[in-house]
Design a protein around this ligand. Structure first.
Ligand SMILES: Cc1cc2nc3c(=O)[nH]c(=O)nc-3n(C[C@H](O)[C@H](O)[C@H](O)COP(=O)(O)OP(=O)(O)OC[C@H]3O[C@@H](n4cnc5c(N)ncnc54)[C@H](O)[C@@H]3O)c2cc1C
Ligand code: SF4
Length: 624
C-alpha cells in the first residue's frame, strides 16, 4: 500500500500528540460553551503526519463502523480535506458528532500502533476536524439531488440510530418519515449530552442533510399511542419500519427517599436543562430547583454530564458518588479530567443507602456506606463490598441518580408478535430483523444502553436489510396465497364423530384438520394432539361430535391475499400456518411459513433481477 507522508517513521514519532485549545476551567464553571475548540488546519495536518501509515491498519478494525482511518489521515497529510471527508462519509454519516463523543480511547486509538510506545494518533479529534471543515467549506446538504419516490418506510426515534437509517434509506430512494415523540429531533444527542460537549448547532447541521434528502419528520408523535406500528403499516401504507426508540427509562436505586422533592434521575435533570431550558427560568417556563450541594450517583458518561451540568448551574459542591474506584469508572477519562478541573468532587467507594428528607418533604441529606473492592464480578470489574459500621450522612439538597436506563415499553406492548428480551430490549437477528416481518430495530432499544457509534452501525445495517427486504417484499406482494398453498386439505364436519376425524388425520398423514359447519364454512380447527389430550384426560367418548373438542380459535387468510399479507398475519398471531379460505369462507387449503420460504428460494433469480432494476431506478437520488 502506497505511503504519502514524506517524513521517515523516526521523524514522525518525535512529533508530540497535538492538543486543541480548551476553554479555561474558570470560564467553564459558569458556561455551557463547548470545552474544546478542535484542531485548526495546521494542528490537524501535523497530527495526521504522526500516523505511521501501517500496512495492517489495526485502527480500522477498532472502529465499529470501519472508517478508512489510514486513508482519511493520508488525505489530511496531503491537505486534501474534501477527500478526507469523502472517505469518512463512506461509512460514517455523522463525523462531527462521532469525533466529539465517541470513546476512541477504547476503540481505534486503543489499538493504534503508535500507541504501543508513544501516544496514539488523535484519530477522534482528526475526525471532528474533518466534519467541521466539511460543514464550513463544502456542506453535504448542498450536494444532494432531489430524492426519488420509492416505497414508504417509517423510522421511529430520531437518535443516532434513527438518523443514520433515515439518511441511508433516503439515499436509496425510499420515502422516509421520521417519527419522534419529543418536539425536537436528535434523541440523546440533543436531550442527554450537554452543549459543552456537543453543541446543538453541530446536530442541527446534520439534520439539514436529512431535510435535503427529503426525509419527512413528524415530531410530538408517540408511536404506540398516537398510532401503532400496525396502523402505520396497514393504514398509512409504510412497507417497513425501523425502531430506534432508545433506552430512555431510568433505573432507580431502590432506596428510601427516592420520591422526595429534590431526588430525580439524570435523564429528567438533563432533559429539563438541555431540551426545555429549565436553567433559564423564568425566561422558559420549566423551573429547576437545585441545591447548593448536589450529589450525582453513578460513574458513567451520564453521571459525568449531570454533575458537570449541576456545577455550571451554580452548585457550590457537586459530588460524584461512585461505589467502585476510579479505575472501574466507565466514563471517558477525558471527561473525568475535565470534571475535576471544573471543581467536581469525586467520591469513590461510597454507596447510597437512603435519601433523607426534611419536614417539607425536601431532600436534606444522603446516607452513604463506605465500600471496599472484593473479587471481580460477571462484568470483570472488582465487586464493591460494604464496610460494616461505615454509614455516614452527606449534607446535600439534590440527589441525581445516573445508574443506567432501559427501553420504554410502549412500542413493544402495542405491537403484537414483537419478541422482547428479559430487560425489555427488542430481540433482533444479525440483520436487525425483529420477529415481525418488515419491522427492524437497533441502537439502545435492542442493545440496552450502548454508544452513539453502535446505534449508528445498527441504523446502517438496518437500512441495507430493509432495502433487501423490500426488494423481496415487492415480489411477495405480487404472489398470492393460492399460488403456493397446499390445496388438497381434508376437512371434517362439526357433527363428525371424534374417531372418524382421527382416522382421516391418520390416513391423510396430517396433524390437524379444519372443521366446517353445516354450510361448509370454516368454524374451527382440530389437531391430533388436542384430540388425544382431551379425549384421554377428560375420558370423552370417541363417538362424540368434533364440535365438542375442536378449538374455535382458527386463523385464516383469503386465497387472494398476497404472500406478504399472509406472512405478516402469521407473525402477528404467532402461528406458522393459516387456513386458506375462498371468498365465501370455505376452506380451500393451508399455507405455512415454509411454503412462503420455498416460494422465495424458487424465485432467487427473480430477486437478483429485481434488485438490479431497483438500483437503477433509485440511482438518480444518490449523491452527485
Ligand atoms: C447523558 C448521556 C450521555 C451519553 N454520552 C455518550 C458519549 O459520550 N458517547 C457515546 O458514544 N454514547 C453516549 N451515550 C449513549 C448514547 O447517547 C446512546 O447509546 C445513543 O444515543 C443511542 O442511540 P439511539 O438512536 O438508539 O437512541 P436515542 O438517542 O435514545 O434516541 C431515541 C429517540 O426515540 C424517541 N422515542 C422513544 N420512544 C418513542 C416512541 N414511542 N415514538 C417516537 N419516538 C420515540 C426518543 O424521544 C428519542 O429521541 C450517552 C447517553 C446519555 C444518556
Ligand atoms: S494504527 Fe495508528 S499509526 Fe497505524 S495507520 Fe492507524 S492511525 Fe495510523
Amino acid at each position: 500500500m502506497a505511503t504519502v507522508n514524506p517524513l521517515k517513521p523516526k521523524e514522525r514519532v518525535k512529533i508530540p500528540r497535538q492538543h486543541p485549545r480548551e476553554l479555561g476551567a474558570e470560564t467553564r464553571r459558569t458556561s455551557f460553551l463547548e470545552v474544546s475548540s478542535g484542531f485548526d488546519e495546521e494542528q490537524a495536518v501535523l497530527e495526521a503526519s504522526r500516523c505511521l501509515e501501517c500496512r495492517d491498519a489495526v485502527c480500522v478494525k477498532g472502529c465499529p463502523v470501519a472508517v478508512d482511518i489510514r486513508g482519511f489521515i493520508q488525505s489530511l497529510v496531503q491537505r486534501d480535506f474534501a477527500a478526507a471527508a469523502d472517505r469518512i462519509r463512506q461509512t460514517n454519516a455523522l463525523p462531527a458528532i462521532c469525533g466529539r463523543v465517541c470513546p476512541q480511547e477504547t476503540q481505534c486509538e486503543q489499538v493504534c500502533t503508535m500507541g504501543r510506545r508513544f501516544e496514539p494518533v488523535a484519530i477522534g479529534k482528526l475526525e471532528r476536524f474533518v466534519g467541521d471543515w466539511e460543514a464550513r467549506h463544502r456542506p453535504p446538504w448542498d450536494r444532494v439531488s432531489a430524492p426519488c419516490r420509492g416505497p414508504k418506510v417509517a423510522v421511529v426515534g430520531s437518535g443516532p440510530g434513527g438518523l443514520t437509517c433515515a439518511a441511508e434509506l433516503a439515499r436509496l430512494g425510499y420515502r422516509v418519515t421520521l417519527f419522534e415523540a419529543l418536539h425536537a429531533l436528535g434523541g440523546v444527542l440533543r436531550y442527554g449530552i450537554p452543549e459543552f460537549r456537543l453543541p446543538n448547532e453541530v446536530l442541527d447541521r446534520e439534520l439539514r442533510l436529512l431535510d435535503a434528502l427529503g426525509v419527512e419528520t413528524r415530531t410530538n408523535f408517540l408511536v404506540g399511542r398516537t398510532a401503532t406500528i400496525d396502523e402505520l403499516m396497514d393504514e398509512e401504507g409504510f412497507r417497513a419500519v425501523f425502531l430506534a426508540t432508545g433506552a430512555g427509562t431510568p433505573a432507580f436505586m431502590g432506596i428510601p427517599g427516592e420520591s422526595l422533592s429534590g431526588a430525580l434521575s439524570a435523564n429528567e435533570f438533563l432533559t429539563r436543562v438541555n431540551l426545555m431550558g429549565a436553567d433559564r427560568f423564568p425566561e422558559n417556563d420549566t423551573p429547576l430547583r437545585l441545591g447548593r450541594e448536589v450529589a450525582v450517583v453513578g460513574g458513567g458518561n451520564t453521571a459525568l454530564d449531570a454533575v458537570r451540568t449541576a456545577r455550571r448551574l451554580g452548585a457550590e459542591h457537586a459530588y460524584l458518588v461512585y461505589r467502585r474506584s476510579r479505575a472501574e469508572m466507565p466514563a471517558r477519562k477525558e471527561e473525568v479530567a475535565h470534571a475535576e478541573e471544573e471543581g467536581v468532587e469525586l467520591l469513590f467507594l461510597k454507596n447510597p443507602t437512603a435519601i433523607l428528607g426534611d419536614e417539607r418533604g425536601r431532600v436534606r441529606g444522603l446516607t452513604c456506606q463506605d465500600m471496599t473492592l472484593g473479587k471481580p464480578d460477571a462484568s470483570g470489574r472488582r465487586r464493591p463490598v460494604p464496610v460494616p459500621g461505615s454509614e455516614h450522612v452527606m449534607a446535600v439538597q439534590t440527589v441525581i441518580s445516573a445508574l443506567g436506563q432501559r427501553p420504554n415499553p410502549i412500542v413493544q406492548a402495542t405491537t403484537p408478535g414483537l419478541a422482547v428480551g428479559d430487560n425489555g430490549t427488542v430481540t433482533v437477528d444479525a440483520n436487525q430483523r425483529t420477529s415481525r416481518p418488515g419491522v427492524f430495530a437497533g441502537g439502545d432499544l435492542s442493545r440496552g444502553g450502548a454508544t452513539v457509534i453502535l446505534a449508528m452501525r445498527d441504523g446502517r445495517h438496518a437500512a441495507a436489510a430493509i432495502h433487501r427486504y423490500l426488494c423481496e417484499d415487492e415480489r411477495r406482494d405480487a404472489m398470492l396465497c393460492r399460488d403456493v398453498m397446499t390445496k388438497t386439505v381434508a376437512v371434517c364436519h362439526e357433527i363428525d364423530p371424534v374417531d372418524r376425524c382421527a382416522r382421516t388425520m391418520r390416513d391423510r398423514n396430517v396433524g390437524f384438520l379444519p372443521v366446517v359447519d353445516a354450510g361448509g364454512l370454516v368454524s374451527g380447527l382440530v389437531t391430533d394432539r388436542d384430540l388425544a389430550i382431551r379425549v384421554l384426560a377428560e375420558d370423552l367418548s370417541l363417538s362424540m361430535p368434533v364440535s365438542t373438542v375442536m378449538t374455535r380459535d382458527v386463523r385464516v387468510c383469503r386465497e387472494t391475499d398476497s404472500l406478504r399479507t399472509a406472512e405478516r398475519r402469521m407473525a402477528a398471531v404467532k402461528r406458522s400456518r393459516l387456513v386458506v379460505v375462498d371468498e365465501a369462507g370455505r376452506c380451500v387449503g393451508v399455507i405455512s411459513l415454509s411454503d412462503i420460504a420455498q416460494a422465495d428460494s424458487r424465485t432467487q433469480a427473480g430477486r437478483v433481477l429485481y434488485e438490479v432494476t431497483q438500483r437503477r431506478a433509485v440511482g438518480s437520488a444518490r449523491r452527485t
